[in-house]
Design a binder for this molecule. Structure first.
Ligand code: ADP
Length: 257
């Protein structure tokens, strides 16, 4: 579905991604991991067409990303960046409605189907009761759900998240990731995300890509990627890798000594 072929990219002549190639299949729950500064967000910027000056090819269904018109791409792929501006006092409903822009007519008036799409998403996320609340007055977990509602309202088959759980406590993190899993399993969405928590990544993703200084260290199942040798080298710390007896997925424990 998505093919990344021999990508080189960077900023102001400094190379950040070096010869990166991999595929994401339809319905993958694809996690991108690696140290701070490894190039994870840069890779997502290429997926979402925010970074256009790169060498190599990024394809969706064999069509080069660069050849998509922006509205056309916005119907295939939605992107939730790490930081979103929620400082204006829009209501939750208004804020989610912005996502319907690619579907609106030339006069930019929402249609019945735009309203229906938003109602569906709010029901799915169980936030219908927040509809009239101001986005500036929500808790961290509620804000994250509203941001997810906004990307879902775009109704794309591929959804990309840059660290969707980074500021959340373990319970809220698990709830958001379970929600993404539902989208993946029950609604056939292809999910691509960057995530720092290796254990959450192993638990929820079917494929992981480990970036090391802008190059691919490993790409495969969590069992293939989370081996202690690679993790110790990439993160420069001693770890033990065990298997979660309930899920049978690997988990990583840092060793202090
Ligand atoms: P990660 O998401 O893995 O933390 P990033 O892709 O954000 O890594 O950053 C990779 C490298 O690119 C870092 O050295 C960072 O400083 C640099 N970088 C990221 N964004 C920019 C930018 N807009 N301008 C210049 N350098 C950038």
């Amino acid at each position: 579905m998505i093919q990344i072929k021999n990508i080189y990219a960077g900023y102001f002549g400094r190379e950040v991604l070096k010869n990166v190639s991999f595929d994401v299949e339809r319905k993958d729950f694809f996690g991108i991991i690696g140290k701070n500064g490894a190039g994870k967000s840069t890779l997502l910027k290429i997926f979402s067409n925010l970074l256009k000056s790169y060498k190599g090819n990024a394809l969706i269904d064999n069509k080069d990303l660069e050849s998509f018109k922006s509205k056309e791409l916005a119907k295939r792929l939605s992107f939730l960046p790490q930081y979103s501006d929620m400082s204006m006092p829009f209501s939750v409903f208004e804020f989610i409605m912005f996502a319907r822009f690619p579907y609106m007519n030339m006069f930019k008036f929402p249609s019945k189907s735009d309203y229906k799409a938003i109602e569906r998403v709010m029901e799915f996320l169980n936030i219908t009761n927040l509809s009239e609340r101001k986005i500036t007055e929500l808790s961290g977990g509620e804000k994250q759900k509203v941001l997810i509602a906004q990307v879902l309202a775009q109704e794309t088959d591929i959804i990309i998240f840059d660290e969707p759980t980074s500021h959340l406590d373990i319970g809220s993190q698990n709830n958001i990731l379970k929600l993404l899993r539902d989208l993946n399993e029950k609604h056939n969405k292809t999910i691509i995300l960057t995530i720092h928590d290796l254990n959450a990544a192993a638990e929820f993703c079917n494929k992981l890509l480990l970036l090391e200084n802008g190059s691919i260290c490993r790409c495969g199942t969590p069992e293939e990627v989370l081996n202690y040798k690679d993790i110790e080298r990439v993160y420069n710390t001693a770890v033990v890798v065990k298997t979660n007896p309930i899920s049978n997925r690997p988990y990583v424990i840092p060793v202090s000594g």
